[in-house]
Design a protein around this ligand. Structure first.
Ligand code: 13P
Length: 255
C-alpha cells in the first residue's frame, strides 16, 4: 500500500428520508463501529438538513461525522428556504455534498453553481463532497471521460486540497437502479479523476484526496468496488438507511 493512500471514507446519503426516530439508525451505526473498523475507515452520515443538529449531538464522541446534502453559496440573506454552509457548520456538520446528480437534474444546478457551493463549504470550514458522473446516454455515446473531466474542471474550486475536498464519482444511471459499472470502467474514471486532481490541487496533494464511488453500492458488491485502484470509499444511498447494510459496506475494508 502506498504511503500516500488516504484513509477511506464511507458516507451515507440519506437523501429525503428520515425523521427524528431515524436517530436510532445512527445509534446502531455507532454500536457497530468497532475499534477494528475505526482503524480502517472513516464513516459519515448525511441526513436531511432537519436532522443535522440532532444527529450531530447524538454523534459527539463517536467519530461518525455528520454531513449535509446541499448548501447555498451565500453566507446569509434573502434566500427563502435555503441554508448556508455556515448554518450547517453551526448545526454540527463537517461535510456537505454538493453537485449531486439529483440537484443537477431537478434543480438545474450547473458546474458554476456547484463550484460556488463548494467555495461556500470551504469558507465555512466544511469538507465539500463534490459529485460528478455521466448519464446513460453520455456513457453509451462514449462521452463519459469528457463529461466527468468537464464537471471536475467546472465544479472544483481553486482553494481545494485533500482536507477540504472529497470527490464522488456517481454514474447517474447507476443511482438507485441496482446497476453498477464494471470494475474496469470504475478504474478508468477514477484514474481520470486522480489525473485531473494533479492539475487542480497539485501533484503532492492529489494522491491524498479521497475519491468515492457511488451508485448502487451494497454489501454484496462493496468489496469488489472498494478494491479498485483509486477508489477510496463509497457514497451510499439506499443501503445507508439500514445500519447493518451500511456497516457491512464499510466492513469491506476489514479485508
Ligand atoms: P444508491 O446507493 O441508492 O444507488 O444512491 C447513490 C447515491 O446517489 C448516493 O449519493
Amino acid at each position: 500500500m502506498s504511503v500516500d493512500r488516504p484513509r477511506p471514507l464511507v458516507a451515507g446519503n440519506w437523501k429525503m428520508n428520515g425523521v427524528k426516530s431515524s436517530a436510532k439508525v445512527l445509534t446502531e451505526i455507532h454500536a457497530g463501529y468497532t475499534p477494528g473498523l475505526k482503524a480502517k475507515v472513516e464513516l459519515a452520515v448525511c441526513p436531511p438538513a432537519t436532522l443535522v443538529s440532532l444527529l450531530s449531538y447524538a454523534s459527539v464522541g463517536s467519530r461518525v461525522a455528520i454531513g449535509a446534502q446541499d448548501c447555498h453559496a451565500k453566507e446569509s440573506g434573502a434566500f427563502t428556504g435555503d441554508l448556508s454552509a455556515e448554518m450547517l457548520a453551526d448545526a454540527g456538520a463537517t461535510y456537505v455534498i454538493v453537485g449531486h446528480s439529483e440537484r443537477r437534474q431537478y434543480h438545474k444546478e450547473r458546474d458554476v453553481e456547484v463550484c460556488a457551493k463548494a467555495v461556500a463549504a470551504h469558507r465555512a470550514g466544511l469538507t465539500a463532497i463534490v459529485c460528478v458522473g455521466e448519464t446513460r446516454e453520455e456513457r453509451e455515446s462514449g462521452k463519459t471521460l469528457s463529461v466527468v473531466r468537464k464537471q471536475l474542471r467546472g465544479s472544483i474550486p481553486v482553494d481545494s486540497n485533500s482536507r477540504n475536498l472529497v470527490v464522488a464519482y456517481e454514474p447517474v444511471w447507476a443511482i438507485g437502479t441496482g446497476l453498477t459499472p464494471t470494475v474496469a470502467d470504475v478504474a478508468e474514471v477514477h484514474a481520470l479523476i486522480r489525473d485531473e486532481l494533479r492539475r487542480l490541487v497539485g501533484k503532492a496533494d492529489a494522491p491524498k484526496v479521497r475519491i468515492l464511488y457511488g451508485g448502487s453500492v451494497k454489501p454484496s458488491n462493496a468489496a469488489e468496488l472498494m478494491a479498485v485502484e483509486n477508489v477510496n470509499g463509497a457514497l451510499v444511498g439506499g443501503a445507508s438507511l439500514v445500519a447493518a447494510d451500511f456497516l457491512a459496506i464499510a466492513g469491506a475494508y476489514l479485508g
